[in-house]
Write a protein that binds this ligand. Sequence first.
Ligand SMILES: *[C@@H]1O[C@H](CO)[C@@H](O)[C@H](O)[C@H]1NC(C)=O
Ligand SMILES: *[C@@H]1O[C@H](CO)[C@@H](O)[C@H](O)[C@H]1NC(C)=O
Ligand SMILES: *[C@@H]1O[C@H](CO)[C@@H](O)[C@H](O)[C@H]1NC(C)=O
Ligand SMILES: *[C@@H]1O[C@H](CO)[C@@H](O)[C@H](O)[C@H]1NC(C)=O
Ligand SMILES: *[C@@H]1O[C@H](CO)[C@@H](O)[C@H](O)[C@H]1NC(C)=O
Length: 253
Amino acid sequence: MSLRALASCILFVALVSLFSSNFSNAFNITKILSNTSDFGSFNNLLTQTGLAETINSRSSLTILALDNGAVGSLQGKSKDEVQRILMNHVILDYIDQNKLKNLPNKTTTMTTLLQASGVAQQGQGFLNVTVSGNDILFGSEVKDSPLAARFVKSVYAEPYNISVLQISQSIVAPGISAPAPYTTLPPPPPSKKAPAPSPMTRKAPPPAPTKGEEDSGNTAAAPGPADSGAPCALGSGAAVAVLMGLVLNFVGL
Ligand SMILES: *[C@@H]1O[C@H](CO)[C@@H](O)[C@H](O)[C@H]1NC(C)=O
Ligand SMILES: *[C@@H]1O[C@H](CO)[C@@H](O)[C@H](O)[C@H]1NC(C)=O
Ligand SMILES: *[C@@H]1O[C@H](CO)[C@@H](O)[C@H](O)[C@H]1NC(C)=O
Ligand SMILES: *[C@@H]1O[C@H](CO)[C@@H](O)[C@H](O)[C@H]1NC(C)=O
Ligand SMILES: *[C@@H]1O[C@H](CO)[C@@H](O)[C@H](O)[C@H]1NC(C)=O
């Protein structure tokens, strides 16, 4: 590889690292949830559906988490369906236990990631949260849905970035099992904070062959950096290591 190609590759890798470290959030939902074993299955589902990454790219969120027992109800559903259901467990606002217990009118509507994804129909993207006696109940805003999920406890709170609340059972909005009119999820709206982070803005450069999970569902087939050149077409970690070695060698001469 030519020196020029090497130099531009180093610059590219360095810039990308700088960029992604500057813009990475203070929290990592995978790490937060792995603190207790109770949420292991839920945590795996967030990773498998690509939602963990989406969550980490945002701020001011509340995750309605299910423990290993409650996650069972999602078994046997397709990955797309699980993704849609779980997007309804991500509220686009920071709500902690205190805020929940002091809802002004004892009832409110909350907007979820499903709404932001653009695939929600007829209220599917909204939750109804209602204080009832000593319970705080959650349900889909779709007409006639049950308020069946109960607030259990606060799992984690990092004001005003992320709150994780445990609820007793999954919230499955009526009609959510059927795919939306489109057969695949549409790309996220280009403006605002899009739910699916684009690899260009969030991730290290090369769209290295992944485990085959990420190319279905929510990633909108965003093209990789096409002309980053062959030297960069390694995993970024490997590329950095190799390049650092070369640079050190070069400097050492
Ligand atoms: C919340 O996020 C902001 C920006 O990402 C960060 O500066 C701040 O430290 C975070 N808060 C906590 C408690 O980590
Ligand atoms: C988040 O935490 C998990 C588990 O500790 C780790 O494997 C993963 O690399 C972290 N992700 C980021 C973006 O730091
Ligand atoms: C993990 O749990 C410990 C003890 O319960 C707590 O001190 C710590 O803050 C927790 N960390 C995270 C990331 O939740
Ligand atoms: C509470 O209810 C009153 C009267 O119905 C209404 O005017 C007000 O907007 C409600 N507040 C909230 C936060 O929903
Ligand atoms: C939530 O559902 C309850 C019960 O169906 C209803 O009385 C209440 O008005 C709903 N709240 C909102 C904000 O729509």
